[in-house]
Design a protein around this ligand. Sequence first.
Ligand code: ZN
Length: 313
Amino acid sequence: MKLSNDELILEAEKEIRLERESTLKIIKLFQEISARKIYLERGYPSFYEMVTKHFGYCAGSAMRRINAMKLVREMPQFEEKIETGELSLSVAADVQSFLYQEAKIERPYSINAKIELVETCLGKSRREVEQEFARRNPEREKRESQHAISNDRLRVSFSISKELNDKLNYLKDLLGHVDPSMTTEALLERLAELGLNKYDPQRVANRSQKRGEKKAKSQKSRENGKARETNPSSTSAAEVKRTRYIPAMEKAVIPDDGKGCTFVSETGRRCGSHRFLQRDHIRPFSRGGSNTADNLRWLCGEHNRARSCNWSH
Ligand SMILES: [Zn+2]
């Protein structure tokens, strides 16, 4: 490339204008894809998953585009500011996530207040915008943040109350016999295991399956010598009142491969999300579907909801 210095700058400026134009185009396409929930039929549990896994954006780029998309969906008058570069993707995304966090702590902004905030942030750097947020909500320092520091480590930062810190230290003392110099990470690991044993539906199901097998084994040994019954499960099932509740034994026999949501898209993509994973009746209970293993499968919260409102199998 034999360009003069001036020509190089002009060329770069031209390409940057085109880049901003296509950024806005992508954001508007994302709006439509997200509104039609196309990610669900393609086997993704969320639009974010589709943006990272299908379109190949890294986590940060995906979040910036999705947040900017939400901002201009609500305030389309700022679309042209993205195009001119007065509103960078990062700042648009930061403002959107600030507004989201404010709404979450019950400090919602009216539409006029939102517009005023975006206008205040036009042409500012991310650092200046962060200062603006801190001025509006000094409690912001309490918020949680995390970023990857290597492939398998994250730096997480959040502040906690003195009371919670005392509780954690007390718990570390109680566990002193296991590990006298327990780190907070090790403590959280133990707490996460305890929580998962209680709330992870797959672990609960695996446990009840093991219990069921044990029970069946001991019953079998008691019946040793007696004539074999033809089919004990069908007689007892007939006695049980029909109920939507999935009995523990049958919870257990749903194949559990530990790979999460079993929804598979037409293109053959399996969702695999563990978010709000729950058992689902393949033939709906309301249409006579049974609680037996062949009528049950695991679906994530999103696919379960989408299925119950507009899919029929
Ligand atoms: Zn799913």
